[in-house]
Design a protein around this ligand. Structure first.
Ligand code: EPU
Length: 419
């Protein structure tokens, strides 16, 4: 397994291009199952989770071709099986996203129930209950969700908790259902809007994506389309924090500033000058140490849980005391324990971390435990004295395209070392 070696102490400077959003690409690839004709998807990031999704579709018999520009063509006309096996679902929970499309289009789906996860229990009860309310017959058998339906029927769904993939799964199920479905307490994340736009481009009738009430009028069939995925706001936010934590000056391009409001507010609180234009954002610390900030995660448009670990890293070297409250996942603090091994002063009380900023972290061997935790360890390594070695970086490769190349382009001393 590869490792990352990072020698800290360089103020990052320069420009970096943001890739397509992982969390929009995965539902869109699953949504391609809904179309009668071939679908092509552009601005797809080269990531392990994307490869896993392609493998999942391939195992079902779907024809997937990828060209050198990472345009992916999905043709579900060759599908043979309606099945997401345990060995893939256990490596990527987002595989659950095929449940809604398979059931809606083919009337059946056998999808392994995702198990535990490094960041929380992450049940899928809301996905299942929503499909049942739309008339699906669902049994949990041998660790699998076995779902059957002749044609799903529109229903009014009031989600117990705001869930991103839950909203996406139910929206994809509803586009081919008979009659109208209304999803109340829907997730408002930009990735939900991107999926809705993709489905609309295929002929779906959806109103209200981006609000907490999405109304879907079912249609008989959807057609093929070409669609470009939106830029990744979490990758964007991570590079902005990389600029801030190193007291540097970083500009991200191919980004959507309007999706980064909560992050930009926190960067300004940390003392950064933040500027933005049409498709770029720039953060400039003018060589100053960041000030500690408080963050509290909540569904979009509030501060994203996927940026919590990165701001925790910022707080470890900031001036003052920062408080980080995680309200979405119950076990998303593993990075705090690793950062303590680099000298960070962090006290944990339930879902709250109280971080006393110190001037310098010190390098240590650390272990990546999940995707965003890994990103925070990279950020910590950028400001640690000495050489930090990060193990288990396959977690990073799930969600950050060529992170070492992009950071090196900004001046970081970072190297991928095969083991
Ligand atoms: N929840 C339930 N029941 C359900 C579904 C969710 O109780 O049926 C709970 C979860 O346990 C959690 C909360 O609802 O406490 C919100 O979870 P959500 O369902 O929104 O998370 P998700 O859809 O599984 C997506 C992203 C995550 C991101 C979260 C929150 C994708 C593929 N994944 O997960 O991304 O953290 O939304 O914004 O879109 C990542 O990219 O690193 C990542 C983990």
């Amino acid at each position: 397994m590869d490792k990352l070696h990072i020698t800290g102490g360089i103020a990052l400077e320069g420009e970096v291009r943001i890739s397509g959003a992982k969390n929009a690409t995965l539902p869109i690839l699953a949504g391609a199952l809904l179309a009668q004709g071939p679908v092509t998807i552009g601005n797809v990031p080269h990531l392990r989770d994307v490869t896993t999704t392609i493998e999942l579709l391939g195992r079902m018999g779907v024809t997937v071709t990828v060209d050198e520009r990472m345009h992916i063509e999905v043709d579900s006309g060759t599908i043979r099986e309606y099945f997401a096996p345990y060995d893939l679902v256990k490596t990527m929970r987002a595989s659950i996203l095929v449940l809604g499309p398979l059931l809606a289009r083919f009337g059946r789906a056998d999808v392994s129930l995702p198990g535990g996860c490094a960041i929380g229990a992450r049940p899928v009860n809301i996905h299942v209950a929503g499909l049942q309310a739309m008339g699906a017959d669902i049994r949990i058998e041998g660790g699998y969700i076995r779902a059957r339906a002749a044609r799903l029927k529109g229903a009014r769904l009031v989600l117990d908790t705001v869930t991103v993939t839950g909203t996406e799964n139910l929206m994809m199920a509803a586009v081919l259902a008979e009659g109208e479905t209304v999803i109340e307490n829907a997730a408002r994340e930009p990735e939900v809007i991107d999926l809705a736009n993709f489905l609309i481009a295929m002929g779906a009738r959806i109103a209200g994506a981006g609000t907490d009430r999405i109304a879907i009028e079912g249609v008989r069939e959807l057609h093929g389309v070409h669609y470009d995925v939106l830029p990744d706001r979490i990758e964007a936010g991570t590079y902005l924090v990389a600029g801030a934590i190193t007291a540097g000056h970083v500009r991200i391009k191919n980004a959507r500033p309007e999706h980064l409001d909560a992050v930009m507010v926190k960067l300004r609180e940390a003392g950064a000058t933040v500027d933005s234009g049409d498709n770029w954002v720039e953060v400039d610390m003018r060589g100053r140490r960041p000030r500690a900030v408080d963050v509290r995660t909540a569904p979009y448009p509030a501060f994203p849980t996927d940026m919590q670990a990165q701001f925790a890293a910022l707080d470890t070297v900031a001036d003052g005391v920062g408080t980080v409250v995680e309200t979405i996942f119950e076990n998303r603090f593993m990075h705090m324990l690793e950062m303590r091994r680099m000298g960070a002063e962090i006290r944990l009380e339930g879902n709250t971390a109280i971080i006393h900023g110190i001037k310098h972290l010190t390098a240590a061997p650390v272990m990546a435990t999940d995707l965003r935790a890994s990103a925070s360890l990279v950020l910590a390594g950028l400001v640690a004295e000495g050489r930090t070695e990060i193990e288990r970086i396959y977690h990073i490769d799930r969600g950050y395209e060529t992170i070492e190349e992009k950071l090196a382009q900004l001046g970081a001393r970072i190297k991928r070392v095969p083991n």
